[in-house]
Ligand binder design. Structure first.
Ligand code: NAP
Length: 479
């Protein structure tokens, strides 16, 4: 059982209100007992972050990178421990959790490497004897709020760039999955200066205080659109820089393909990993009518064979949903879809797993006969559910694809150059894939447009736009 308080200035706090986490496969099992940070704890964390950052920013960038790389190596050495904490609180299969730890470390090392490269520009001058530079400097203190679906990937996607670019960071992980964040803090203890990486524990109220606190220079948030709006408004009080990574209603468009099996493998993989609780999960399959029946049959066969169960058990492919609220919301969305006229060709109800009858398991589900105006075609479900929609023309496909409030990621399966070009030009999404699923690389900009995101993308070169400030410098030679 995990027992932690907040990690502030290198020490664990023992006071504060107690809250517990539960294993979503067996909700009667308590996994962790935690202490919430108080308002005073938060103020101290921000003060300590400012002090630590003032020193950290003076350390040469390459040396900072070496220190961060050592910290990431320490995380990699604790892969098994971190992966178990993810499965126990979040629910995903252990193999997937190990993969999440690995990807987090890979992304972080790529970030270290990127921060060693050029940062800024030399510009021509309008005046004689003057040299113009555009420099980037650390932003300062970053507040980070993360959801429960990727307990290490999302925090590390914020911690690594914050640190390598010379910032301090105060992280508030989801109250459903704090163990992994506490283990990250523990791994940093003898490797990073105290105050540089701090973890404050608690729920939404604490998070709202953190994002509106004085002394925070940037707010990076990953979560739902509804909470994102509140965070945006709160950060505006301080005019703090903002980066919001929000929900999605991602689609795979199947137009034509000479390898339907490969396309369907990629789609099913992208849709049901993490029980569909991935912001980049494929949630809609938009298929040309001539392929419609074959696609329905192929997806149904694959999805019907997925093994649901406790993520700790070998061979399980789909774990439980993370919490009761999520279970209720997935259930309600599917029921609404069925009431609207959709047909569940696979699943469509909670799953009963023997020995785990109380767990938050939901059957991997495929909904056919879905129309573009149905809620299951427009709203984020964030569960193991795919809605299949048919179209006759490419215009119609693009209209369905883009007719939602979200713009995170999309995939097209086609060998027709004309179709590919239009998709790349017209898909209203931050990330666009052709002939593979929606799983992103570890060094490419990651983010969304429309209601899926605000501000600089994370991962890769774009991260510098949030984690650093820009300065125009004019150097005149002495006469
Ligand atoms: P959420 O309810 O919005 O919560 C996200 C985080 O915000 C949690 O740490 C939550 O704390 C905190 N929070 C709650 N109320 C807050 C407030 N008033 N002010 C500031 N923070 C507050 O989202 P979720 O249900 O955890 O996560 C699922 C959502 O995240 C989905 O919509 C998914 O698409 C999105 N997501 C997006 C990306 C991306 O990169 N675009 C990646 C992953 C997930 P507590 O959990 O402790 O209440």
């Amino acid at each position: 059982m995990y027992e932690y308080g907040s990690f502030i200035e290198g020490n664990w706090r023992s006071g504060g209100d107690r809250f517990v986490t539960r294993n979503p496969a067996r909700p009667s099992q308590t996994v962790g007992a935690y202490r919430s940070a108080s308002g005073e704890d938060l103020a101290e964390a921000i003060r300590a972050a400012r002090a630590a950052q003032a020193l950290w920013r003076r350390i040469p960038a390459l040396e900072r990178g070496d220190l961060v790389a050592r910290f990431v190596d320490a995380l990699a050495e604790r892969t098994e421990e971190l992966a178990r904490s993810i499965t126990l609180e979040q629910g995903k299969p252990l193999a997937e959790a190990r993969g999440e730890v690995g990807k987090s470390c890979t992304e972080a090392h790529l970030m270290v490497a990127l921060a060693r490269r050029e940062l800024g520009e030399v510009m021509p001058s309008a005046r004689p004897g003057v040299r113009n530079l555009v420099l980037r400097r650390p932003r300062g203190v970053v507040a980070a709020i993360t959801p429960w679906n990727f307990p290490i990937l999302t925090p590390m996607r914020k911690i690594a760039p914050a640190l390598v670019y010379g910032n301090a960071i105060v992280l508030k992980p989801s109250e459903y999955t704090p163990a992994t964040a506490c283990l990250i803090a523990d791994a940093s203890r003898h490797l990073l200066p105290s105050g540089l990486l701090q973890v404050v524990l608690g729920g939404g109220e604490l998070a709202s205080h953190l994002v509106s606190a004085h002394g925070v220079d940037g707010v990076t948030f990953t979560g739902s659109v509804a909470t994102g709006r509140k965070v945006y408004a709160a950060a505006a009080g301080n005019l703090a820089e903002i980066s919001l990574e929000l929900g999605g209603k991602n689609a795979a468009v199947v137009h034509d393909t000479d390898d339907l099996d490969a396309a369907l493998d990629a789609i099913v993989n992208a849709a049901y990993l993490c029980a569909g609780q991935r912001c980049t999960a494929v949630s809609r399959v938009i298929v040309h009518r001539r392929l419609h029946e074959r696609v329905l049959e192929g997806i149904a066969r694959r999805v019907g064979g997925l093994r649901v169960g406790d993520g700790m058990q070998d061979g399980v492919q789909v774990g439980p949903l993370t919490n009761e609220r999520q279970m209720a919301s997935v259930r309600a969305m599917v029921e609404r879809g069925l009431a609207d006229g959709a047909r569940a060709i696979v699943g469509g109800a909670p799953a009963v797993v023997r020995g785990y009858e109380e767990g938050y398991f939901y059957q991997p589900t495929v909904l056919a006969d879905v129309q573009p105006h149905h809620a299951v075609a427009r709203e984020e479900i964030f569960g193991p559910v795919v809605s299949v929609l048919a179209y006759d023309t490419l215009d119609e496909a693009l209209s369905i694809l883009n007719g939602v409030e979200y713009g995170l990621t999309s995939a097209l399966f086609s060998n027709d150059q004309r179709v590919v070009q239009r998709f790349v030009d017209e898909s209203e999404n931050g990330m666009i894939h052709v002939n593979h699923g929606t799983i992103p690389d570890s060094h490419m900009p990651f983010g969304g447009i429309k209601n899926s995101g605000v501000g600089a993308y994370s991962v890769g070169p774009s991260a510098a736009h949030f984690y650093t400030t820009e300065h125009s410098v004019y150097l005149k030679e002495r006469p």
